[in-house]
Each structure stands twice: as structure tokens, then as C-alpha cells.
Ligand binder design. Structure first.
Ligand code: HEM
Length: 88
């Protein structure tokens, strides 16, 4: 994680929980998935289940093999600090 990346708190993460402003924590890294919302093959409703939370459990239930780091490299916001809510 580079020098100008944010340290994101659980409270900050939780505020970005709308389809037009959606952040997600995966493996301790926070992504702004808003630009990906309309392209997610599982649909925006499915993607929104992880909005503003740690979505890794949900993610792994569906597609453990999908390469998060490469797909979302341009959506990187920063590093998670603390323990966010986990999506179920
Ligand atoms: C499908 C990416 C988050 C639910 C897919 C596929 C990709 C993808 C590439 C197609 C997989 C394939 O056909 O082999 C991502 C990325 C995510 C993300 C990059 C993180 C930002 C989520 C979340 C859920 C979810 C949080 C919530 C449950 C699904 C479902 C499908 C799917 C249900 C299957 C669609 C179908 O085959 O009908 N996703 N996903 N995804 N995703 Fe995600």
C-alpha cells in the first residue's frame, strides 16, 4: 500500500454503503467498488451485500478463485485499521 493511501476505520467504511458510493474491505484492503457496480457478473444487488463491510466471507462463498488484487487494483482506497463488520 503506497504513501498516499488512506487508513480506513470501520466507521468510515460503514458510511460508504450505497450503490453510488460503495466501499468494501477484502483481505484487509479497502476498495471503492462503485465503478465496478454495474459490471459485476453477479449483479449489483449481490455486490451490495458486502457494502461498507468486510465482504471476504461472502466473497469466498461464491468465488474464492476470483483475483481481487488484479481486478480491483484501480479501485484501491487504502488499508483497513480495526475490525469492520463482516457481511453474511
Ligand atoms: C460472480 C467478481 C463481490 C456474488 C462474479 C464473477 C466475478 C465476480 C469475476 C464471475 C465469476 C465466474 O463466473 O466465474 C467480484 C468481485 C467482487 C465481488 C471483484 C468484490 C468487489 C461479490 C460479493 C458477492 C458476490 C460481495 C455477494 C454475495 C456473486 C455471485 C456471482 C458472482 C452470486 C455469480 C453470478 C452468476 O454466475 O450467476 N463476481 N465479485 N460477488 N458474484 Fe462476485
Amino acid at each position: 500500500v503506497g504513501g498516499n493511501r488512506l487508513s480506513v476505520t470501520p466507521e468510515q467504511l460503514a458510511r460508504h454503503n450505497a450503490p453510488d458510493d460503495c466501499w468494501m474491505c477484502l483481505k484487509g484492503t479497502v476498495y471503492n467498488v462503485t465503478p465496478y457496480m454495474q459490471y459485476h457478473p453477479g449483479g449489483s444487488d449481490e455486490l451490495m451485500r458486502g457494502a461498507g463491510q468486510d465482504a471476504l466471507d461472502l466473497f469466498n462463498e461464491v468465488h474464492r478463485w476470483v483475483n481481487i488484487e488484479s481486478m480491483l487494483s484501480k479501485c484501491l482506497v487504502g488499508r483497513m485499521v480495526g475490525s469492520p463488520a463482516r457481511s453474511k
